[in-house]
Ligand binder design. Structure first.
Ligand SMILES: [Zn+2]
Length: 328
C-alpha cells in the first residue's frame, strides 16, 4: 500500500513537472535581460505587463559575469531574451548560443544602432584577450582598434532612445498576450525622460570650458559619450584591453606623458572596478591627480546614487562637471 502511494505521488509529481515545463500557457510572459542597465530600461518599457528577469547583479562586470545553472535553464523558457550585443557579454556567450539554438527569440539591441561614423571616438571597443603590447599607446586607442565594435552605447542617451524603440518593437512582436497599446505608451513616456536627460547633460557640460573637456578613465567606456557631448578621450589607464588586464610599465609611461601633455588633473575610475591600478599609476609616476569614481558599466544596489539608468547618468554628469570645472 505504501509503495503504491509512493508510486502514485511520484507520477503526480512527474505530471506536475511536465505541465510546468511545457512552453507558454499558464506561465506569465517572461523577458530575460542580460545587463542590469538594460534590465532597468526594459522594465520601464514593459511596465507591469511582463515578468522581467535581469541576470547581472548590481556592481558586476558586464564583460565577465556568469550565471547559475538554474538561471541558464530558466532563460530557455523566455518569450524574449534582450541582450546588449556588440561583443559585450563575453561570459554569457555560450548560454546565449544555447538559447538561440533552441529557438528562443533574441534581441541584441546594439544591432539596432548605426555603426559609429568615421572619426567617431566610439569605434575602438575592447580587444578581448591579452592587450596588444606593441601597438598603440594609452593616447592612441585607434591604432589597436581592429574591427571590434564599441559596445558601451548607453553612455549617450540618444543611442538609448534608439534602443528603447527596438525593445518596444521586440516585446510587441515576441511576447505573448502583451497589451501593445500599453507598451507603446511606456515607450513614449520613457523616451521623453531620455530626451530630458540628454538636454540636461548637454546644459551641464556646456559649463565646462571646451579645453577642459578631456576624459581619462580606467577603461574605454566613453566613446559614444565623447562624441555626443564634445569631449576628447585622452587615454585609458587600461588601454584597449579587457577590464581585467593590467597595464605594463610601457603603458604607464605612455599614459603619464599623455596626461602631462594634456594637463589633465582628474582621472575617472569605474566604481565597479578596483581603482588600485590607478593608485599605482599615481604613486609610481608621481602624478598629482584626483581620482573620481563614476558608475559606468553597471547599476548599483537600490538606494545608491546609481540604482536606475537615469540616476546613474545624472550622478556621473554631476561628478564629471565637478571634476573638470576650473578651480575657483
Ligand atoms: Zn566595458
Amino acid at each position: 500500500m505504501r509503495r503504491l502511494f509512493t508510486a502514485l505521488s511520484a507520477s503526480v509529481l512527474l505530471l506536475a513537472g511536465f505541465t510546468a515545463c511545457s512552453p507558454g500557457e499558464d506561465q506569465p510572459p517572461l523577458v530575460v535581460v542580460t545587463t542590469n542597465i538594460l534590465g532597468d530600461v526594459v522594465q520601464n518599457v514593459v511596465g507591469d505587463e511582463v515578468t522581467v528577469v535581469t541576470l547581472m547583479k548590481p556592481g558586476a562586470d558586464p564583460h565577465s559575469f556568469q550565471i547559475s545553472a538554474r538561471e541558464a535553464s530558466r532563460i530557455l523558457s523566455a518569450d524574449l531574451i534582450v541582450h546588449n550585443g556588440l561583443g559585450l557579454e563575453v561570459g554569457l556567450e555560450h548560454h546565449l548560443d544555447a538559447a538561440r539554438r533552441q529557438g528562443v527569440p533574441m534581441l541584441a539591441v546594439g544591432d539596432a544602432l548605426e555603426p559609429p561614423a568615421p572619426g567617431s571616438q566610439a569605434h575602438h571597443g575592447h580587444a578581448h584577450g591579452p592587450p596588444p603590447r606593441d601597438e598603440g599607446g594609452a593616447g592612441n586607442p585607434d591604432e589597436s582598434a581592429e574591427a571590434m565594435p564599441d559596445p558601451h552605447f548607453w553612455t549617450d542617451p540618444q543611442q538609448m532612445i534608439t534602443v528603447v524603440r527596438a525593445i518596444s518593437e521586440g516585446v510587441r512582436k515576441n511576447v505573448r498576450d502583451v497589451n501593445e497599446r500599453a507598451i507603446r505608451d511606456h515607450e513614449y513616456a520613457y523616451t521623453a525622460e531620455l530626451v530630458a536627460l540628454d538636454r540636461e547633460m548637454g546644459e551641464a557640460f556646456s559649463r565646462i570650458p571646451p579645453e577642459r573637456r578631456k576624459l581619462v578613465t580606467n577603461h574605454h567606456v566613453f566613446g559614444y559619450f565623447a562624441d555626443r557631448f564634445g569631449f576628447t578621450l585622452v587615454g585609458a589607464v587600461i588601454p584597449s584591453a579587457t577590464t581585467l588586464a593590467a597595464p605594463s610599465a610601457a603603458d604607464l609611461h605612455d599614459l603619464t606623458s599623455v596626461l602631462n601633455d594634456a594637463g589633465v588633473e582628474t582621472i575617472f575610475a569605474e566604481s565597479s572596478q578596483s581603482d588600485k591600478l590607478i593608485r599605482v599609476l599615481a604613486d609610481e609616476v608621481n602624478l598629482d591627480v584626483t581620482i573620481i569614481q563614476l558608475y559606468t558599466e553597471s547599476l548599483d544596489v537600490e538606494g545608491s546614487p546609481a540604482d536606475t539608468y537615469l540616476a546613474m547618468m545624472r550622478t556621473n554628469t554631476e561628478r564629471i562637471v565637478t571634476g573638470l570645472s576650473p578651480p575657483e
